[in-house]
Structures are given as C-alpha cells and as structure tokens.
Design a protein around this ligand. Structure first.
Ligand code: CP
Ligand code: NVA
Length: 302
C-alpha cells in the first residue's frame, strides 16, 4: 500500500479528516479512563526539530509512549543535518531505521523533499507555510465545544502565514466560511486564497472579519525565524489585537483559539486569553496529544 504522508491537511480526504477527529475524541476518553490502546508497540517515531517547540515535541513524545511506541528527538545541533548532510540522504537513512518521521523546519519544500525520499510516513510538525497538526487539535476543540464547524463563520486575525494557511485548508475541507484579517503586506499566499475563494475572504480590517464570527483565532505577530522583525511588526499589527472589545462584534457564543505560545498584550489581551467563557486555548493545547495519536494510528495502522 502506498505510504501516506501528512504535510498539509489536504493529504487527508474530508471524510478521513472527520474520522480522525472522531477517533481523537475517543482516544481522549480512553486515555482519561486509563485504557489507551497500544498499537505502536515496537514502533519508533523520529522527530527532527529545526525550530524550538514545547507542545509539538511533548505531545508527539507522550502520545507515542502512550500508544506503546518510542520516539527519538533529533536536532540539527547534534546531528549531521546541522553540518550540511543533504535532506535527501537524511530521509533515506532515517526512514530505514524508524517507522514514522515528524519534521519541524523552515521551508515547506524541505518536508516535501524529505517525504519524496522517505520509506515511511512523514508528518509536518510546522513549516513556514503550514501547521496541519495544530489544525487537527483546533478542529477537535471546536467540535468538542460547539459541534460541527460546517457552515460556521470563522475569523483569522493576524499574520497570513503558516497557521492562517492551514485554516484556509481547513475551511475548504470542513466547509466553513473563513474571513482572514491581516495588515497590508501580511496576507496569505494569493494563489492559495484564489484556489479557495468559495470559502475564504481576505480583508485588512479585524472588525470586519470578526463580525458575527463563531470562532476567532490568532497567532504571534512574529513567527520563529522572524525575530529581528519583532519590533517593526508590533507597530504594523497594532490594530490586530484580539480582545474583548474586538469580540463584542462576534457571535454571542464565539470561542477563541491560539496555537500558543501567546504574547499577552500583543496579538491577544491577557484578560481574553484567561477568559474561560471564551478562550479554549488550554483544551486546544491538550488536544495536540489526542489528535496526533489519532494521526499516528491513521498513518501506521493502515
Ligand atoms: N503550537 C505549537 O506548535 O507549539 P510549540 O511551538 O510549543 O510546539
Ligand atoms: N506562527 C508560529 C507558530 C508557532 C507554533 C511560528 O511559526 O513560529
């Protein structure tokens, strides 16, 4: 059977995606009951991190262990990847030793090249262009709190990069209306937007995007690799903070998500982040664990 990779949400069909979210919810329940299945016994996950991580690393490592498997953390600092060994060679070698590989890196083409040369499934743990694992957790969280997102109005406020672009993929796959609000010059890839025009609109006004929204999400203004732009971006994104005042124009049952880490007082106000009536960020973070366990099962159990 052909290997399946998970480089963007589009590597699943909409029905596979829905099945995976249902399974994540079931695995969460089983875990709480102390009945985690262990289908990964004897399997190994290789995790390549070229950027920092808390949630992605811990959720994959804990998830793999709960499923009976093991994981190996690999950073460029102490592997040959950091000394220039080609990605194609690393892919061929690692995929002869482990059963599945997760990569967090910069250019999206790096995970694509790795997958091309890999004998085992490859999971995108974040690139500059997409963060599909986070969207699995976010979709699970919406389903748990509000039910099916189909037909809902979702607003993305902030940078049009990796998280936003994975929301665009999710809108198409789950059939919800996505309104993206970015400062001029920070919009998502126009080709991706054009290809998803049925679901996505892009504006430069956060209020307009949030009007009547059932689900509002944001992310840091300067992503990993953009640290030197942090100061300039603080000014450019100043009108894009998600706070109670902005959400006063949203639906009365709006929920707020943030992939974390959050910068309180920048992209989100401290009091909104901590407002448990609206903000579901801690459930969202926890769901990385359950959603990725469902993903590992899906990729390895077929
Ligand atoms: N949301 C997320 O991917 O967090 P980490 O950078 O901590 O993995
Ligand atoms: N957009 C952020 C997401 C971190 C999980 C980044 O790329 O740094």
């Amino acid at each position: 059977m052909a290997i399946r990779h998970f480089l963007t949400l589009q590597d699943l069909s909409p029905s596979e995606l829905k099945g995976l979210i249902d399974r994540a919810i079931e695995l969460k329940k089983l875990h709480r009951e102390g009945k985690s299945p262990q289908p990964m016994t004897g399997k190994i996950l290789g995790m390549v991190f070229e950027k920092a991580s808390t949630r992605t690393r811990v959720s994959f490592e804990a998830g793999m262990a709960q499923l009976g498997g093991q994981s190996i953390f690999l950073s460029p600092r102490d592997t040959q990847l950091g000394r220039g060994e080609p990605i194609e060679d690393s892919a061929r070698v690692l995929s002869r030793m482990v059963d599945v590989v997760m990569i967090r890196t910069f250019g999206h083409e790096i995970v694509e090249r790795f997958a091309e040369y890999s004998r085992v499934p490859v999971i995108n743990g974040l690139t500059d262009a997409y963060h599909p694992c986070q969207l699995l957790a976010d979709l699970q969280t919406f389903v748990e709190h509000r039910g099916d997102p189909q037909g809902k109005v979702v607003a993305w406020v902030g940078d049009g990069n990796n998280m936003c672009q994975s929301f665009i993929n999710a809108a198409q796959m789950w059939d919800f209306e996505l309104r993206v609000a970015c400062p001029p010059g920070f919009e998502p890839d126009p080709e991706l937007v054009a290809a998803n025009a049925k679901w996505v609109t892009v504006v430069n006004d956060a209020r307009e995007a949030v009007k009547g929204a059932h689900w509002v999400a944001t992310d840091v203004w300067a992503s990993m690799g953009q640290e030197e732009e942090q100061k300039a971006r603080r000014k450019q994104f100043a009108d894009f903070q998600v706070n109670h005042e902005l959400l006063s124009g949203a639906a009365s049952d709006v929920i707020f998500m943030h992939c974390l880490p959050a910068h309180r007082g920048e992209e989100v106000s401290a009091d909104l982040l901590e407002d448990e009536k609206i903000s579901v960020v801690w459930d969202e973070a926890e769901n990385r664990l359950h959603a990725q366990k469902a993903l590992l099962e899906f990729l390895l159990e077929r």
